[in-house]
Design a protein around this ligand. Sequence first.
Ligand code: EPZ
Length: 417
Amino acid sequence: MKVMEIIGGKDLTGTIRISGAKNATVALIPAAILTDEEATICNVPEITDTDALCDILKALKVDVKRASESVVINPKDMENIEIAEEYSKKLRASYYFMGALLGKYKKAVMYFPGGCSIGARPIDLHLKGFEALGATVKNEKNKYIVEAKELKGANIYLDIASVGATINIMLAAVKAKGKTVIDNAAKEPEIVNVATFLNNMGAKISGAGTSTIKIEGVDYLHQCFHEVIPDRIEAGTYIIIGALCGSPLKIDNLIPEHLDALISKLEEIGVDLEIGTDYVITNKKDTYKSTTIKTAVYPGFPTDLQQPFTVLQTQCNGKSKTVETIWENRFMHIPYLNKLGADITVKNQTATILGPTPLKGDDVVATDLRAGAAMVAAALKAEGKTTITNVEHILRGYESIIEKLTSVGAKISLKDV
Ligand code: EPZ
């Protein structure tokens, strides 16, 4: 078992470079099978979620080559075989193979996807979208068989602006006959990145990044070269760490507009920020003003930054609140923050944080990916040693986290125990 050990209380100085976005990469890799030619995706983060998707490609007999920061995918000899349960369960984003295989072969067979236990995480909207395009869905225990004689464009209204359903329906619809309109589509930058990739291959998608996406089906998608956008959640995590420990800390290679909601909250509580065209520099302060955040779909405050942000709220003066509206189970980090010295109570979907409280190292658990990021942020601020278990969650989403933090002065290591 691997654990992360952090000796906290150190100032962090230097530059951290942001990697390609996990939540774009995990859709781009399955999307690449929609062509029969070669797709090169660069700025791909080296995280275990990338490895898991490449393993699925290999199981489907797709040729996959990884060079530094890029993945070259050639599906010319691919076979549409059932995706085994062990692969489907490895990560949430395996569900993008449903849309991509349905789009390409009119048939997909796989199992219910895995991922962090942050809520029920149903896929009903994905399946309803496939059905609207003409597919039938059979569900035998955990196995899904989705198939269609022909996919036909349709008007689809999403009851919830779901990131996964928006992308999955796009993947199935790019080669359907006629026009598909997705209303109440999610607007996250990762969706725009995937739509750009598909358009570079010859798809006809307009409106990505707005709540109405239109897709004119095409017969053939060709080879292409594409770059993954910077990871706004990784960037936000390190900016929060900068507000806690930066002296100064520069977070480089990001798109500040993708972080507007976070930046405006940081400004509100008084964080010292310099915002450049593609970087943010932060300097820690002793305390901040308290604030309330409420998670929402993009461009609202991202649920994926809520957990790291609560660590910053422990250093705010007075009563702060965090209201989680996307996932039912995203406060699993709170008992561990309290173990480190925070004063937080959770009622229903709201955490109330009283601060400022000094943090002191202890043994904690990364219960999910962003809870793990919150543990890292808290441990860097805390005096003394913190040991984090279940670190595989963190390694799923943060490329070279040990190296990046070590390079700016953190005392952090991974140990086999
Ligand atoms: C994506 O999950 C991200 N994952 C999540 O990031 C992120 O938290 C989430 O979007 C919201 O921003 C990936 O991109 C791989 P949703 P996704 O469908 O697509 C409900 C991280 O830490 N819903 O937008 O699965 C659902 O239960 C991860 O990087 C349905 O009811 O999220 C939730 O309440 C965790 N039925 C809400 O919609 C459906 O069919 C939003 O989920 C689909 C979703």
